[in-house]
Write a protein that binds this ligand. Structure first.
Ligand code: ATP
Ligand code: MG
Length: 240
C-alpha cells in the first residue's frame, strides 16, 4: 500500500523571489493491486507528485510510505515511466534492457511483447517515438516492480497503438498483480484502465473528486462504446 501523508510542496525561484505552493497537506492512499489514474489540468502538480512518490524529489513537508516504510530515495520497488526520454542513447535496445536484468528469457519476452525483438541491436535514435516508449515500458516491466508509476506514458503513441497498449497493460496487471499509478490527460484512457480516477483541483492542489470505476477487470475494447462508459467519461469531464 502507498500512503501520502500531509504532503506540502513549494517551489522557490531565488532570482525572482517568488514561491508557488503546489501541494498543501495532500493525502492519498493507493491499495495493493489497484490501478489509480490521476487527472488534472496542466501544471497542477501531477509530475511533481510522481517525483515525490518515486523518491526523486523530497517534499517540503510530509511523508510517503510504501507498505509502512518511509520513502527516502528511489527504489526498485517503484519504477517510473516518464513523460521524457529516459533511455541510454549510447546503448542498443538489448543493452538498455540488460542494464536492469540478467535474465535473457525475460528480456526477450518483454521485447517480444512490445514488438521490439527485431530492433534488439538498434540504438534509440533509430527508433520512432512510440518504439522508444515501448522500450521504456519493456525495461520497467523486466524489473518486475510491484508498483509502476506512469506519467503520460502513451502520449507519443498513435491512436491504435495507444489502445493496444492500454489493453496490454491491463493484461499484464491482471497476470502479475501490479499496483499502478497512472497520470493522463486522456479521460477515456483513465476510465478504461482504472479502478479509480482521482480528479485534482488547481493549486494548491487537492483531490476534487474520486470516481470509482466498477467495470470488471476483464475489460475488452468494446466496453468503450457502452452507455455506462460514455456516462463516466462525461461525468469526469464535467468535474474537471
Ligand atoms: N523544478 C521546478 N522549479 C520550479 N517550478 C516548478 C518545477 N517543476 C515544476 N514546477 C512548477 O510546479 C507546477 C506543477 O508542475 P508539474 O510539472 O508537477 O505539473 P503537471 O500537472 O505534471 O503538468 P503537465 O500536465 O503539464 O505535465 C507548475 O506550475 C510548474 O511551473
Ligand atoms: Mg506532468
Amino acid at each position: 500500500m502507498l500512503e501520502l501523508k500531509n504532503i506540502s510542496h513549494y517551489y522557490r525561484n531565488q532570482s525572482r523571489n517568488t514561491e508557488i505552493s503546489v501541494f498543501e497537506n495532500f493525502n492519498l492512499l493507493i491499495g495493493e493491486g489497484e490501478i489509480v489514474s490521476l487527472v488534472g489540468k496542466s501544471g497542477c502538480g501531477k509530475t511533481t507528485l510522481v517525483n515525490i512518490i518515486a523518491g526523486y524529489t523530497e517534499p517540503t513537508s510530509g511523508s510517503v510510505f510504501m507498505n509502512g516504510e518511509k520513502v527516502v530515495a528511489p527504489g526498485k520497488d517503484r519504477i517510473v515511466i516518464n513523460q521524457i526520454h529516459d533511455l541510454f542513447d549510447w546503448m542498443t535496445v538489448y543493452q538498455n534492457m540488460r542494464l536492469v536484468s540478467n535474465d535473457d528469457n525475460d528480456i526477450n519476452k518483454y521485447l517480444s511483447m512490445t514488438r521490439l525483438s527485431e530492433f534488439a541491436d538498434a540504438y534509440p535514435y533509430e527508433l520512432s517515438g512510440g518504439m522508444k516508449k515501448r522500450l521504456s515500458l519493456a525495461r520497467a516491466l523486466v524489473v518486475d516492480p510491484k508498483f509502476i508509476i506512469m506519467d503520460e506514458p502513451f502520449n507519443s503513441l498513435d491512436y491504435q497503438l495507444r489502445e493496444k497498449f492500454q489493453e496490454e497493460l491491463l493484461d499484464i496487471v491482471r497476470k502479475s498483480k501490479k499496483t499502478i499509478l497512472f497520470v493522463t490527460h486522456d479521460i477515456e484512457e483513465a476510465v478504461f484502465l482504472s479502478d479509480k480516477v482521482i480528479i485534482l483541483s488547481g493549486r494548491p492542489t487537492q483531490i476534487k473528486k474520486e470516481i470509482v470505476i466498477s467495470f470488471s477487470k476483464n475489460k475488452v475494447d468494446s466496453i468503450r462504446d457502452t452507455e455506462d462508459f460514455i456516462f463516466l467519461k462525461k461525468k469526469i469531464k464535467e468535474e474537471m
